[in-house]
Design a protein around this ligand. Structure first.
Ligand code: ATP
Ligand code: MG
Length: 389
């Protein structure tokens, strides 16, 4: 089944989830002439609004899954918390890439870390906490640390920083005593990520390493080429990401996030079984985007090594930008931003802005990295985003 080739212009491709990642996937699929189908319960989902067909139903709705499988030659996902049973059900009839088993590993921080270890890639020292006895048995070495829910965390949600045992106990209560991992707080020098695409034949292609800045646990900015990453470190990150993908027999686009510690060591943080916010620059700075590769991998088309043709800075556009200092809702000054050279604005079509909500992103490409950074700082200043990076 995985050897199936779905030629452009002849088939429908489906996606579980209707968020912005699904929307950009739909755009890429449509550019190649595929029909697109989105399954998402939300009537106004960003992807549902642009797909040929929107099946508006719960992810576990049997009739909806049957309809999706009937319509589509292959199905992918745009979020890792899609129920594993839903992917298993679809896989009975169609190519599902990535496979439910790989998505399941990414859904659970403890399983994910076990997989990193098995792949021979170092992750932060951690302990799994399921019971009060686990909590009591935690080693002092893990403090100060970060307590993270094993499942359903994103954008820094479901995480609490703890300095002492007393804070740890209080934090676990606050997280309702669900299964967690406690990670040692590491001295970070910087953060980077790698986007890989792998097909059923085991061929893998990768974008260059990108450097990421998070503010308040949410990605704020991505730069490529990564300004503070030397060739050896970049090669290590690419090789580690490839090993992690291969050892899951992964098919699709995979993002692996890393920390670089102050002593220079590379540590894997987490992974996402889909295109990633830190790969959005590929839409305007590479000859093939992460969404193009998602389409190619699931359709069984050849993967070609993508080429970064322009240095780029990506600024994330959160809902905060839609509110003035007086708290009143407003539109950001897009006309002024678009007057700057080589700015590519992507808005996700979300009807209402909320602080912290991902509304869009702005890619700034240029002939040189210095030019891209200077223009990005000018855009950030116009938008009221941080310019010190
Ligand atoms: P997302 O889904 O947006 O990637 P998340 O909610 O899954 O985020 P993590 O990636 O685990 O969260 O953590 C968010 C950020 O918190 C990291 O990018 C990093 O800046 C910081 N962080 C997480 N774990 C550690 C750690 N062990 N030591 C130091 N900083 C950390
Ligand atoms: Mg993360």
């Amino acid at each position: 089944m995985s050897e199936t080739v779905l030629l452009p212009g002849t088939a429908s491709l489906g996606v579980m989830g209707g968020g912005q990642l699904g929307r950009m996937f739909v755009h890429a699929a449509q550019a190649l002439g595929y029909r697109s189908v989105v399954l998402d319960p939300d009537a106004d989902s960003p992807a549902g609004l642009v797909a040929h067909q929107h099946i508006r139903a719960d992810y576990l709705d049997e009739a909806a899954l049957a309809e999706l499988a009937a319509q589509c030659g292959a199905i992918t996902t745009e979020f890792e918390n899609v129920p594993a049973q839903a992917l298993a059900r679809l896989a009975e009839r169609r190519v599902v890439a990535p496979a439910g088993a790989a998505v399941a590993i990414c859904q659970d921080r403890a399983d994910e870390k076990a997989h990193f270890k098995a792949s021979g890639v170092a992750c932060a020292p951690y302990a799994e906490i399921t019971t009060a006895a686990d909590l009591a048995a935690v080693s002092d070495d893990l403090l100060p640390g970060i307590l993270k829910t094993a499942r359903m965390g994103y954008d820094g949600k479901g995480q609490m920083r703890v300095r002492s045992r007393a804070e740890l106990v209080a934090a676990w209560d606050e997280l309702k005593n669900v299964r967690c991992v406690l990670e040692q707080m590491l001295p970070l020098a910087l953060e980077l990520s790698v986007i890989s695409a792998r097909n059923a034949a085991g061929e893998i292609v990768q974008f260059p390493v990108q450097q990421n800045l998070h503010i308040d646990g949410i990605l704020a900015l991505t730069q490529v080429p990564a300004p503070a990453v030397g060739p050896e470190l970049a090669a290590e990150a690419l090789a580690s990401a490839a090993r992690i993908a291969a050892s899951m027999n992964y098919v699709g686009v995979l993002c692996v996030e890393f920390f670089v510690l102050q002593d220079g060591r590379l540590i894997v943080n987490e992974m996402a079984p889909r295109p990633h916010n830190s790969g959005h620059y590929t839409m305007d700075a590479c000859d093939v985007s992460q969404f193009d590769l998602q389409v190619r991998a699931m359709a069984g088309l050849p993967l070609r090594q993508p080429r970064l043709h322009s240095p780029c800075v990506m600024l994330n556009l959160l809902g905060d930008l839609w509110f003035g200092t007086d708290g009143a809702e407003r539109s950001p000054v897009w006309d002024q931003v678009l007057a700057l050279p080589c700015t590519h604005l992507h808005l996700y079509g979300k009807a209402s802005a909320r602080p912290g909500r991902k509304m869009g992103h702005l890619n700034i490409s240029a002939a040189t990295a210095a030019e891209a950074a200077a223009t990005a700082r000018a855009a950030a200043a116009l938008l009221g985003l941080p310019t010190q990076w």
